[in-house]
Design a protein around this ligand. Structure first.
Ligand code: MN
Length: 571
């Protein structure tokens, strides 16, 4: 197994190779004699997952985490042992993956989109999502060994959650493969029908495009595009099925069953090639799409046109640069900067357009905050997703709440009747106080009693003003006049910490977990990286009389990556 890996990591630095080797050895010894359903030694699975990520040129930490992705869940290895062996970054990624495993899609139509978002939020690092997607890809490739009922559940989840996630991240190739592995399992009859209907058409189509190719080649050469490459690939079966559903199951209306693809070097050449094609054959009106000037929301760029080609048959052409092609296949992985100390690592992809990706994710988040009525500007202040948490009801439904929310917010969010009668709360099966700060992935159960009445104290535990509003009206219903809002605001004095920090994954989480130890109610976080020498993080929390601030500051200063902490009290 190691031989296999060794051959494909030649481009990584000696230090990277060493880390990958350490991770491999630990995975091998931890999984011991475990076997896959296929009967193969378990290690074959993490090696397959790592192999996919090496193809995407991910950094060595991600490769190491891929090799170790199942050790915490499936072997006796502890978090501490893991950290000792491979360090903070790799164990952070592995723990992220373990948390993701708790997120289960239970087939509630309205929670599909939330579940997808929750994956991103819980993952905290896009590498965790990429490892998870590769994990799922290998599990789907080997699904025939799994018992049938389980196959259906896994394939449905793949189709509903993972394939769209791959699409959102712009990973066209992965999305197509995940879909076509799941399609026959989830919709066997539909798949059989599409397969039968397209089989003949596809081979006819390929023969036809082979005839078209020399004409295109010739004209492109004449037009000066000597190095353009031409190929064609069939649409994947699941996409064909979805298109058929939109077109009354009429196969003749699917004109892009197989599209001709022209790849050139520059954007100018793309438009030049489009002109050449239109000079050869007449374009179909309304079918010229310029995704270069106006990329799709997931970042896809290309020019598309459908023309009346040889024998008057309609044929779609897709024209793109090599760079656009790479983006279309690898998506976020083609873009993301796998950096350490500000520099892209050797053997990994350079940072081409990170900003565009951050923007895209923020846009995604914006759709989201509009739905939930949160202020858009407010949501942009904080790093994407950092201001929302995603938690689960006992039935596995996903609920999103502002960061810093407590069981009180959760209860009133689910239903006022549950909030008003709450007597206690369990988080991940353990009783917690009402002031407990929830985090993404927590599963929450609210205990209620009919004769329980709301209490004024609960106002102190509410993170959102919506919850406070609910509590106030619940209080009034039971004949208690809630304190005037002004009074509460006066009572709520805040303390602000200004933390000068390094850029480190998981830093914010480490800081907030220290604040959570003192049960502090965070009211605001803000981060600013405009000044590279002094990126800071501002954290505001409700002042507490009994807080030992000095001790808190000592703990914060010990966190790796925290350079300075200053305090401002707003009295
Ligand atoms: Mn796995």
């Amino acid at each position: 197994m190691w031989d296999q890996l060794q051959k494909i990591i030649l481009n990584y630095s000696p230090r990277d190779k060493e880390l990958i080797r350490t991770a491999y050895d630990l995975a091998l010894s931890s999984h011991g004699n475990q076997k896959r359903d296929s009967g193969d030694p378990y290690i074959s699975h993490p090696v397959a997952v790592a192999t996919e990520l090496i193809k995407l040129k991910l950094d060595s930490s991600a490769i190491a985490a891929a090799l170790l992705h199942d050790v915490l869940e499936d072997t006796p290895l502890t978090k501490a042992e893991l950290r000792d062996a491979v360090g903070d970054e790799v164990s952070f990624l592995v723990e992220g993956l373990t948390k993701l495993d708790r997120v289960k899609y239970r087939g509630f139509e309205r929670t599909v989109e939330s579940t997808r978002k929750m994956f991103l939020a819980v993952a905290e690092d896009v590498r965790v999502v990429l490892i998870k997607l590769s994990d799922r890809l290998h599990n789907m490739r080997t699904i025939k060994w799994v018992r049938p009922e389980k196959q259906t559940r896994i394939a449905t989840e793949t189709l509903e959650i993972f394939a769209p996630l791959a699409y959102r991240l712009g990973m066209g190739e992965l999305k197509g493969e995940l879909e076509d592995l799941s399609f026959p399992i989830v919709y066997p009859e539909e798949y059989a029908w599409v397969y039968k209907e397209t089989k003949e058409r596809l081979s006819e189509r390929n023969a036809y495009l082979e005839r078209v190719r020399p004409f295109v080649e010739e004209e492109l050469k004449k037009g000066g595009l000597k190095t353009a490459s031409i190929d064609f690939r069939a649409k994947n079966y699941y996409s064909i099925w979805k298109k058929l559903l939109r077109n009354d199951l009429d196969m003749s209306r699917v004109t892009d069953l197989t599209a001709m693809r022209i790849t050139v070097h520059t954007i100018e050449e793309c438009y030049q090639a489009l002109g050449i094609i239109h000079g050869l054959w007449k374009p179909m009106p309304g079918r010229i799409k310029d995704y270069i000037s106006l990329p799709k929301p997931n970042g896809y760029r290309s020019l598309h046109t459908t023309v009346f080609c040889l024998d008057d048959k309609t044929t779609e052409f897709q024209i793109r640069t090599h760079e656009m092609h790479e983006e279309a296949e690898f998506g976020v992985a083609a873009h993301w900067v796998w950096e350490a100390a500000g520099k892209p690592k050797e053997g990994t992809r350079a940072n081409v357009d990170k900003i565009a990706w951050v923007k895209r994710l923020q846009e995604w988040q914006r759709d989201f905050t509009e739905e939930s009525g949160e202020d858009f500007m407010e949501s942009l202040k904080i790093e994407f997703f950092k201001d929302r948490i995603f938690v689960l009801t006992p039935k596995g439904e996903v609920i999103d709440l502002p960061e810093g929310s407590t069981p009180v917010d959760f209860a009133f969010h689910v239903h006022s009747a549950i909030g008003s009668h709450m007597t206690g709360a369990k988080v991940n099966n353990k009783m917690v106080p009402f002031s407990y700060i929830l985090s993404s992935g927590d599963s929450i159960e609210i205990l209620t009693q009919k004769n329980q009445k709301p209490s004024i104290d609960w106002l102190d535990f509410a993170r959102s003003s919506a919850t406070r509003g609910h509590i106030r009206s619940a209080l009034r219903k039971t004949g208690i006049e809630p304190p005037a809002i002004k009074e509460i605001q006066e009572k709520k004095k805040t303390t602000t910490l200004l933390i000068v920090r390094e850029n480190r994954i998981g830093l914010l989480k480490d800081i907030t977990s220290q604040l959570a130890r003192d049960r502090l109610n965070i009211t605001k976080t803000e981060s600013d990286t405009a000044d590279v020498n002094k990126p800071y993080l501002l954290i505001q929390f409700e002042a507490q009389k009994h807080l030992d601030l000095d001790r808190l500051l000592t703990r914060l200063k010990k966190i790796k990556g925290v350079k300075e902490v200053t305090v401002k009290k707003n009295d």
